[in-house]
Structure formats: C-alpha cells, structure tokens
Design a protein around this ligand. Structure first.
Ligand SMILES: [Fe+2]
Length: 300
C-alpha cells in the first residue's frame, strides 16, 4: 500500500498527473471498507441539487452537486451544515457567476469510511507533493457531481461547461462513482499543458502536443489526480447509449487548496451563512426542485 502511494506521488511529480485504477484505490483505502459502504456512498448522489449563483439562480441545472470542505486536522468538516460557498477560478471562461452556493453533504456523510479514507489518502499525496507534513492550513473541497442527459427532454449533458480550466488549487482528484447508460467514448477526461487556451478545446488542439492525456474513467473509483497549478483539465459531454433513456454520470471530486473563508456570503444573507444556516433563497429553490423531481418520478 505504501509502495502504491509513493509510486503515485512520484508519477504525479514527474508527469503532473496520475491515473489510479479503482481496484488499486480500494486496496489503498480498504481499511474497514466493504461493498455495503460503497452502495451507501453511491446513494448520496441522489440528494445532489443544482448550485446557485450570487443572485440565487440555479447554475447548470443538469449538473447537480453537494459540496463540503474538510480539514486535514482530524479529517473533519470545516464548512457549514447546510450550504457551502465556492469561488470559481478567476481564469475560467464563461458568463456564469464566479460565486456559487452549493448544498452541503448530509452530516452523516462525514463518517462515511470510503470518503474519510480517500481524504486521508489525498492529504498524504499533498504532503508528498509539497514535501512537508505541515498541511494544516489546507482544506479539501469534496464535491459530488451528478450529470444527467436525456435526449427526449433536451437536457444538456456537459459535465464541463467551462471547457479547459483550472481549479484554483494545488491538487485536484476526480473519481468515478457510477456511469449509467453512457456510450463508451463519452465523458473523456483530458489533461493539457498550461499553453492550451482556456474554454472549449478545438479539433486542432487535439492533435497538438499541448494535449498530455485523454482517457475515460470506466470503473468505480477509477481516479485521476493532477497538479492544478502545472496543468489544465477538461471533460467532454456524456451521451446516452440507449437514446430512449437518461444517461447519468456520478463523480466525486476533490480540490485541495489553502483554507478560504467560504462560509461568509457576500450577499444579503451573510448572517445566516455565518451561522452555517441555509440561505432562505436556496432552501426554497431546493425544496421546489425536489418536489418537482418527486412529482416527475410519481408520474412515471
Ligand atoms: Fe475542474
């Protein structure tokens, strides 16, 4: 296990990214883990909901999320109980707000053994990359993303609307949780040199030496780790294999960066955010969205 960890750190330092197959990740984190833990973990993606912008409007409704922050000291949550704020990397291309409000992970997820062990593993990776044991001023932003595409309802299936981008962090990790009804070639992850332009890549870029890697996360917990300051990354759209049904892709991502003050809302509801309470706007929006989803399911 130690050997795999050291080899991963070395590869990360040399190539700026490393791909670790799901079965190896399981071995690395297998202390006290069984298949029931994975099943209960994947159920958490059912509670993802669209993030909102600074005006409390949903952003990317097809890309639902849960976000919470965790610190290396005792591996515990450092953000609020109900909502989390994300500041998007300022180099990102797009016309959406750079300030986002996400639904937080349910509190019981904090003790999920798989999530806990993956965080410990990634904090160890960070120590290796920075060559120090002192990472107490860092934190890991843990995100569940569910991207859905349904051709019949014209749903957008792009997990990366921003195209080529960076995450304003030191280490980014992307783990597959579930691919349901996806064509084999869809949702391809790409790693680019810093010379690649931000935004959607073009066909000419794909034959250039700016493209360092492209591949698809196929099996549960297949994990791509990259050094965000040294490379850029991108993911392509999902496509349903069976065109009559929805395609769904669930991923778990981590962005590890220096601790930020993400609990304070710059908008009118800052007092609520300071107390870790959900903003009234988001609570209402999420309630409406959940009720609509429930109605849709019952109607089937
Ligand atoms: Fe990213």
């Amino acid at each position: 296990m130690k050997k795999t960890k050291t080899a991963s750190i070395n590869e990360l330092l040399t190539s700026k990214f490393v791909l670790i197959p799901g079965n190896k990740i399981l071995k690395l984190i297998s202390k006290n883990v069984n298949s029931k833990d994975f099943d209960s973990l994947s159920l958490l993606w059912n509670s993802t909901i669209a993030q909102t912008n600074a005006n409390h409007e949903p952003v990317y409704p097809h890309k639902k999320s849960l976000v919470s922050y965790y610190c290396p000291i005792e591996n515990i949550r450092s953000s609020g109980k109900f909502t989390s704020i994300e500041h998007i990397d300022p180099t990102t291309i797009g016309d959406t707000s750079y300030y986002r409000i996400h639904k937080a992970w349910p509190i019981e997820a904090d003790n999920n053994i798989i999530l806990k062990n993956i965080r410990s593993f990634l904090f160890d990776i960070l120590k290796g990359v920075l060559n120090t044991n002192n990472i107490n001023n860092f934190e890991a932003m843990q995100t569940a993303y569910r991207v859905t595409m349904n051709l019949n309802t014209n749903e957008d299936g792009d997990p990366g609307p921003e195209g080529v981008h960076q995450d304003s962090c030191v280490v980014t990790a992307i783990s597959l949780i579930n691919r349901n009804n996806l064509t084999t070639s869809s949702a391809t992850n790409r790693i680019w040199t810093l010379e690649q332009d931000y935004g959607k890549s073009k066909s000419n870029d794909l034959i250039s030496d700016k493209l360092l890697y492209q591949g698809t996360l196929k099996n549960p917990l297949d994990t791509l780790i990259l050094l965000d300051r040294e490379v850029k990354h991108e993911v392509t759209s999902i496509e349903p294999e069976d065109k009559n049904h929805s395609a769904i892709r669930d991923v778990l991502t981590y962005e590890i960066r220096i601790k930020q003050n993400h609990n304070i809302d710059k908008e009118s509801n800052d007092e609520e955010e300071k107390c870790g309470q959900p903003s009234r706007f988001e609570a209402l929006l999420w309630e409406e969205a959940e009720a609509a989803e429930k109605k849709k399911k019952q109607g089937k």
